[in-house]
Design a protein around this ligand. Structure first.
Ligand code: CAA
Length: 259
């Protein structure tokens, strides 16, 4: 199910999801969550999806956070349920088999910054701004931001950002490792597409397992090194790895089938 709040475009197996509430700076309301959830659920095992770009409509914002207007009237139980739902959707993105890139075209605040951090790679436009301003509202982050910000930029700077609510600009985000590229404003999706087209030519199972191995490092229930030798076995036993080796020997491009 898609809806008016998330537009979907497709090009060469790459899907661009455009969060489309520019009048509310693309804030994440329940309808946006419904559309994101259904896209990632429906395509969980669909290797025809070679990559996903998430971006925001308009020039001002990627996503300015959870929809604050939906918080009015929420009690503790309702708040925890909303937070858990957001976390579950963001875990689905983080564990998606194909790479998901956030093309950050403006404000990425609160739930918006958290959404970028659930993506595998972040590309920022020059005027992008990142922050976790929840303390301004008397809140903590709810969609994984308190954990993923530390993973990406380290405890000291993450704590400062969480406590001060200060925003950082794209250059600072690059310096801290929160994003991997800063591009001219308006070129975020193009840069993300270039990266995804390159990855789309690689072995899809190897891409999937690489994503899972990176995630395993941060999963306290997993031994990443054990997972690596298991996944090495899994990938080397695949048809694609035979094809990859044969293509190398025959000096041609590999024709991978995700098998
Ligand atoms: N939720 C709902 N509406 C929002 C919104 C949000 N997160 N952010 C912006 N909007 C709306 C504004 O209410 C405004 O709508 P109206 O015209 O109907 O009043 C419209 O978008 C434009 O916003 P501004 O007029 O405020 O634009 P600005 O240029 O003056 O300021 C801004 C831009 C600094 C991003 C400011 O809008 C802002 O501070 N937004 C809130 C950011 C925020 O606190 N995000 C965290 C939300 S909590 C969260 O995300 C919790 C979580 O982890 C789950």
């Amino acid at each position: 199910m898609t809806n008016e709040f998330v537009k979907i475009e497709k090009d060469r197996g790459i899907y661009t999801l455009i969060i489309n509430r520019p009048e509310a700076l693309n804030a994440l309301n329940r309808s946006v969550f419904d559309a994101l959830e259904s896209f990632f659920k429906e395509n969980l095992d669909n290797f025809d999806v070679k990559g996903v770009i998430i971006t925001g409509a308009g020039e001002k914002a990627f996503v300015a956070g959870a929809d604050i207007k939906e918080f009015l009237g929420l009690d503790a139980k309702g708040g925890s349920e909303l937070s858990k739902r957001g976390q579950d959707i963001f875990f689905m993105i983080e564990n998606f088999h194909a790479p998901v890139i956030a093309a950050v075209n403006g404000f990425a605040l609160g739930g918006g910054c958290e959404l970028t951090m659930a993506c595998h790679i972040r590309v920022a436009g020059q005027h992008a701004k990142f922050g976790q301003p929840e303390v301004n509202l008397g809140l903590v982050p709810g969609y994984g931001g308190s954990q993923r910000l530390i993973q990406l930029i380290g405890k000291g700077k993450a704590t400062e950002m969480l406590l001060t609510a200060d925003m950082i600009n794209a250059e600072e985000a690059l310096r801290l490792g929160l994003v991997t590229h800063v591009v001219e404003s308006g070129q975020e999706v193009t840069k993300a597409m270039d990266i995804l087209i390159k990855i789309a030519s690689k072995g899809p199972l190897a891409v999937k397992q690489s994503i899972q191995l990176v995630n395993a490092y941060f999963d306290k229930t997993q031994d990443g090194f054990k997972r690596e030798y298991e996944d090495f076995g899994l990938t080397i036993g695949s048809e694609d790895s035979k094809e990859g080796a044969l293509a190398f020997v025959e000096k041609r491009k590999a024709n991978f089938k995700a098998k």
